[in-house]
Every structure is written in C-alpha cells, then in structure tokens.
Design a protein around this ligand. Structure first.
Ligand code: ATP
Ligand code: MG
Length: 722
C-alpha cells in the first residue's frame, strides 16, 4: 500500500516498525521500559486506520488507565492527521466491560440501566446478608467477605465455580451460599459491583456462542497495553474474544514487560505473558531493545537493580543517550522526612530557576502517607503540585473524617463537620434520628451538637439512638475541655481512639485499611509542627484552598504504582528505607515473591526518569510516635557504582538544617548500632533528634568533630554496590 512513508512510521526503528506493520495474526511485544511499546500500539492503530483495514469501531484497544486511553486517542488523531471519530472500544478493561454488559444486561438478569455499587453500598449489603445468617460481624467481618469475593471475581469464578477449599474459608463453609445470596440480591437491586463488570461479560460470552461469534466478527483488531498486569478474569475475557475457531488466528497484539509487573497483590498474573505463545501458536514475538527514554546512567542503574530478581525472562536494553554531561543517579541522605521534603523542594526550585518546567518533574512515593510532607512543604513554598491517581493527602476519606472530629472539638457549631462523623463509625443513628436532630436544630436555630445536647434530655429518641447521641455529646464536651490543657497531638490521638474511629479501621480487613491507618498516624505526626489544634486546622484550611487544575505548570506527586507508563525529565524517589521500600507488608506477606515485586516497583520508578533520577533516604522516621533510626533500603546496595553518585545535601540547606547536622554529629557507627535508645529518649523528652531547640544532643558514641556532611555522604556511600 502507498503508506510506506506515512508520518507515523518514519520515526520507528526496524523492530518497532515490524510490530506496527505485522497487523495480521497474533503478536507479542516483549520489551523493557521506555522501548516504545505504547508508541508501537498507538502507531499500529493509526496504521490500521490509515490503511483502511478497519473502522475505528472494529478495534478493541485496552489501556491501563482512562487517562492513558484519552492520550492514546489524542495521539492517534494526530498521527492520522484528523480527529478519529469514535473509538468506542478504546479504554480500560473495566470501562469496556461496563459497555459490553450494558448491551447484554438482560442475559444475566440485569437491566441496561443497572447501577454500579460503590464499596460502601457493597459492605452495607454484605452486612445485611451476614445478619440474616446470624453471623457475628466481629468474627466474620463484612470487609473480609468482600475481599474474598473480590478475589473470586478477579478469577472469573461464579458461586457454583469456587473451589471447595475456598468456599469453606468463610463462616464454616457458608461462603458459597453467601456469595450466591449476594449475587441474587444484586440482581434484585439491578446493580453490579466492580468485579461483575468483567465476570458477567465472561459468562455472557461463554454461554452465548452466537454473541461471541458476533464479537469475533466485530473486533478485527485487538490490542492490549501493559499485558504483564492482567489478572485472570481479564485474561479469560480477552482469550474468549481473541481465540478463534480452529484454523483462524486473531489479529491480536499484546505488549508488556515482565519486569514491570507490579499488581500481583491485586491478582495480576505475570504468567499470562508467558502463556501467550501457547495460547496463540505461531505467534510472532518481537523484542525491542533500544530505550528512547532514559540516559545511560538511569538505564544502567535500573538494569543492574532488576538483575537481582530471579524469575525473569531477561532482556537487553541499550540507549544512545550517552552524553557525558548527563547526571548520574543521585542518592542523598536526609535527617528525617521533613528535611527530605525541604531539600527536594529546594532542588525543584533550583531546577525551576534554570528554566525547567514543573510539569517535567515528579515525586514518586511508595506509600501514600509520604505525600503529606511534600504537599505541606509545597504549599508553604507556594509551589504548584498535583496529586495523580488519587486524592490529595488532606482530601482522603480518613483524613477528612479525622479533621471533622477535630473541627467539632474546637468549634462545636461546625454542623458540616458534625454531620460528617455523627454516625462514623456506625453508632446506630438512622435516617429518622438524624432528621429529627435537623428539625429540632432548625426550629430552635441552634447548631446540631447543641440540639443533640438538648434532645438527649427528652423523650423524642428511642433508647438506642439516645444513648449513642448522649455519648457523642459528652465526648465532645470532654474533648473541648481538654483543648486547653492537653498536648494537641495527644488529644488528637485520644479523640480518634475514644470515638472508635481508629478501631473502625483496625477492624477493617480490606486491602486499603492499613494504608488508611498509616495516613492517620501521619496526620497526627504532622500536627507536631503546629502549636495548637486551632493553629493546625487553620493551616489545613489554607492547604485545602490551594487549587489544582489540569493546565497549570505543576510538580506531580503520585505513588509508584500509578506512575506506570509515564515519563518525566526529573524524577525524585524519596523514602528508600527498609520497611518502607521494600515495604514491610509485602515482605511479610509475600516472601521472596513479595520482595521481587517491590524490586520491580523500584525498576518502574527508576525508568520513569528521562534525564535525572534522585533517590533519597532518611536516617530517622517516627513510627508509632517514637523516633527510630532507619536502615537504608537494600535496593541502594543493588545499584551499580558506575551509574550512581552519592550526593551531598546542597549547601543552601544551610542555617537551621546545617546546625542540626552539626549537632547530631552523626557518625558512620550510628547506623550500625540502631539508635533506638537515643531516638526513644528524644521522643520521651518531647524533642526532636538533633534538637530543634538544641536541648538534646547526640553523638555520645559518635565521632564528633568531623564534618557531618561528609559523614552523610559516606553513610550513603556504604549502601552502593562497589
Ligand atoms: P513503559 O514500559 O514505561 O510503558 P514503553 O515501552 O511503553 O515504556 P513508550 O512510552 O512508548 O515506551 O516510549 C518511551 C519514550 O520513547 C516516549 O517518549 C516515546 O515517544 C519515545 N520513543 C519511542 N520510540 C521512539 C522512536 N522510534 N524514536 C524516538 N522516540 C521514540
Ligand atoms: Mg508504555
């Protein structure tokens, strides 16, 4: 065809071009980060459209996020030279699943206008079912059952398909019955939960060969990005659509990188990629080896690190970006996370002064609680930032709840805050009770909490809600009195404990619960920087007021997980300490495979950087209210000397920062003998290691008198592979 010189082909290397032009038959592109896998997919679609092999509606293309789908569509339009009209089947597995399910809802007993349940609705429903079965919610929590069901649905298992052992795992063998009851109930409600969005389509396609054949005719080309992170349900759904009757091969192109499989904890199966050639005999496998994204230093560091994993397919990667001007990957040590945020903030400002756009910089964290320090610091500096892939720290549900408690404590007339937490955790206050409260407050023109105070004296409420309200009223009175004579961080902790809020998350077995508890701890920790509860709340009000919009120049903050597929000129990777990264939970739960997944996450982080990657680790973190010396991440030891430099904290951190470095006089020995006791003493004295006010001094075992910055460098130095 007369397309050989089409613009979208001209920049591609031979292998990429092969992948783009091999439109017929199954193709697997197996290649490392930044080799142009996503670009190949995009060009391939453009090629299919430009050569009129298919209409936009005949292409099924799966991306990992909705944002990636929008971007891909935009680029295709650009390549083809015109706005692509509709690509109705370009999206994430879930968005395509919903679309398919709405078309055939009646086949599973739903109507096409079914609602999609959120987690809260789902839990409420499960609770009802557990109650009907007279199961104790303490022993068999609803959240636990929710995550069990989620696991089944990710494997595409309907109630009659779950294995015996699994069925017995919940409530002495009642798992299957409950699952069935739950599915029945959803149908009555004309609702589907998240897992159903793929499980239903799988069953529809399995049970209706005529429909399946229709989809086979419709989808002339199928493309999948990030194939290494598909779970079983996604794989089954895809295989149904792709595998054709004997003798026919699908035009299927999957691209992926086994080294970037980071969703194993959510049921993703890297084996899917290994099985490709078996599922589609005669498949063409294309390897891309040239990386277009990163400098040689970044690539060298990433390759050396990931080589420590055992279960790998193994790949070669090279880059032409060998300009000697390029920075090595920098590793810097900071005293604590505050200092880390301050130093990174300064580096960002320096880069900005040299003309670098904030849009080209990202901070990638392992755990969401780490975002707090950066957000606070950037608000102080007036530096624009945006959080990608989730809410900003102070907008998270658990943080808003906690803040609502603090607001009512300080300001009992804050009705909005009161409403938010009056029945969180659940206290048995139903809609009727809340309505009554509102009516009374309005009639007397007083705040809700005051209304509650009056109502508990009367007979309007039934005993249970009255007792619940009485407890709230008395609690807030007590906490209100404590504001003046209790340390505000202690008070905050007390409030969350006495209200049952902390316990609510402790008893929660969902996957997000531990992260939420970490966030709450981080919230309390951050209050230390303010003198009082009201002072802290005022700061929050200011932080919340900063705007975030798509078009402004801003630093991106996100978790490593949500950075997949993205790239930035400069990438900051803070918090490389044992227990945080690799994360303790994945070590505890996953053994070696957990560690290897963490290492892949580190590989993903490093390979997001185009020009500059800056890794940080801190010496001290406060865990459970106590300062603890940290151990630098083992991943630091796994970096190659040739591509890494131990950076010294820049001199401009001066002043206050420098004085603390001097005071702590920390020595090379201080990390070998974990400074547990000293950290503990510091916490008990209410101070800060290194003593903000100079009250506490360290280094009694340390070598004092040496230049602390050199020590910092030496200390980091030790952790780099030589
Ligand atoms: P990841 O594994 O991180 O998802 P990827 O393999 O999908 O990476 P892309 O994001 O497609 O890689 O490409 C990485 C960068 O290299 C992008 O900026 C892309 O535009 C660029 N690139 C890819 N191929 C070429 C090429 N042939 N010429 C110039 N630049 C290219
Ligand atoms: Mg990609």
């Amino acid at each position: 065809p007369a397309t050989t010189h089409a613009g979208y082909l001209s920049g591609l290397n031979d292998e990429q071009r092969d992948a783009v032009e091999s439109t017929e038959g199954p193709v697997l592109v197996l290649a490392g980060a930044g080799t142009g896998k996503t670009r190949v997919l995009t060009s391939r679609i453009a090629h299919i459209l430009a050569t009129k092999r298919a209409h936009p509606s005949q292409i099924l293309a799966v991306t990992f996020t909705n944002k990636a789908a929008r971007e891909m569509k935009h680029r295709i339009g650009h390549m083809v030279g015109q706005e692509v009209e509709g690509m109705p089947w370009l999206g994430t597995f879930h968005s395509i699943g919903v679309k398919m399910l709405r078309r055939h809802a009646e086949l599973v007993g739903l109507r096409s206008n079914f609602t999609i349940l959120d987690t809260d609705d789902q839990i409420r429903l499960i609770k009802q079912l557990l109650q009907a079965e007279q199961l104790d919610d303490k022993r068999w929590p609803a959240k636990m059952f929710a995550s069990l069901m989620d696991g089944w649905k990710n494997k595409g298992l309907t109630p009659d398909q779950i294995p015996q052992g699994d069925a017995r795992a919940f409530a002495e063998g009642r798992g299957r019955k409950l699952y069935q009851a739950y599915q029945d109930r959803l149908l009555t409600l004309n609702a589907a939960d998240f897992g159903d969005l793929l499980m239903h389509p799988i069953n529809i396609l399995r049970n209706h060969p005529d429909l399946l054949a229709e989809y086979h005719r419709r989808f002339r080309y199928i493309l999948v990005d990030e194939y290494q992170d598909t779970n079983i349900a996604q794989y089954l759904w895809l295989r149904l659509l792709a595998q054709r009757p004997a003798g026919q091969q699908p035009n299927l192109c999957c691209v992926g990188d086994d080294d970037q499989s980071i969703y194993g904890w959510r049921g993703a199966e890297v084996d899917n990629i290994l099985r490709f050639e078996k599922d589609f005999p005669g498949a063409k496998v294309i390897r891309l080896e040239r990386n277009y994204r990163s400098t040689q230093h970044i690539l060298g560091a990433a390759a050396h690190l990931i080589a420590h994993n055992e279960g790998r397919l193994g790949k070669t990667l090279f880059t032409d970006l060998v300009d000697p001007e390029h920075d090595k990957v920098a590793v810097t040590n900071a005293w604590d996370s505050e200092e880390e945020a301050r130093a990174i903030g300064e580096e960002i400002e320096q880069l900005q002064r040299k003309g670098h756009a904030l849009n080209d910089m990202a901070i990638l964290v392992r755990a969401s609680f780490q975002m707090r320090g950066f957000e606070d610091r950037f608000v102080t500096l007036g530096l624009n930032y945006r959080v990608i892939g989730g809410p900003r720290f102070y907008e998270r549900m658990e943080i808003r709840d906690a803040l609502a408690y603090f607001r009512v404590t300080v300001q009992p007339a804050d009705d909005l805050a009161f409403e938010r937490i009056v029945n969180t955790p659940k206290r048995g206050l139903g809609d009727v009770a809340i309505k009554l409260l509102h009516e009374y407050a309005r009639a007397k023109n007083i705040p809700l909490l005051a209304a509650a105070g009056e109502l508990i004296e009367g007979e309007e409420f039934k005993p249970r809600p009255r007792a619940a309200l009485a407890e709230i009223v008395h609690n807030f009175r007590r906490w209100g009195e404590m504001v003046t004579h209790m340390r505000h961080t202690d008070l905050a902790e007390t409030i969350l404990e006495e209200s049952g809020y902390t316990a609510m998350w402790q008893n929660d077995r969902s996957a997000e619960a531990p992260g939420r508890l970490d966030n709450l701890k981080e919230l309390i920790r951050s209050m230390d920087d303010y003198d009082s509860l009201p002072g802290f709340l005022e700061h929050i009000a200011l932080v919340m007021d900063t705007e975030q919009n798509e078009s402004m120049d801003a630093v991106s903050i996100m978790t490593l997980h949500s950075a997949k597929g993205l790239e930035f000129e400069t990438v900051f990777l803070p918090g490389w300490e044992e227990g945080l990264f690799p994360h303790q939970r994945s070590l505890d739960e996953g053994g070696r495979s957990g560690l290897e997944e963490e290492r892949r996450l580190a590989y993903v982080g490093l390979t997001r950087g185009k020009k500059r990657v800056k890794i940080w680790f801190v010496s001290n973190r406060r865990i459970h209210g106590l300062w603890q010396s940290t151990i630098p991440s083992r991943f630091l030891e796994e970096l190659p000397e040739a591509h890494v430099e131990v950076a010294e904290a820049s001199s401009s951190y001066g002043g206050y920062g420098a004085s603390r470095w001097d005071q702590d006089a920390f020595s090379t020995s201080s990390y070998q003998t974990p400074g547990w006791k000293r950290a503990q003493a510091a916490a008990q004295a209410g101070g800060y290691p290194g003593g903000r006010d100079g009250r506490i001094s360290y280094g009694e075992n340390g070598v004092s008198g040496s230049n602390p910055r050199d020590n910092a460098a030496r200390r980091a130095d030790k952790y780099i592979n030589r």
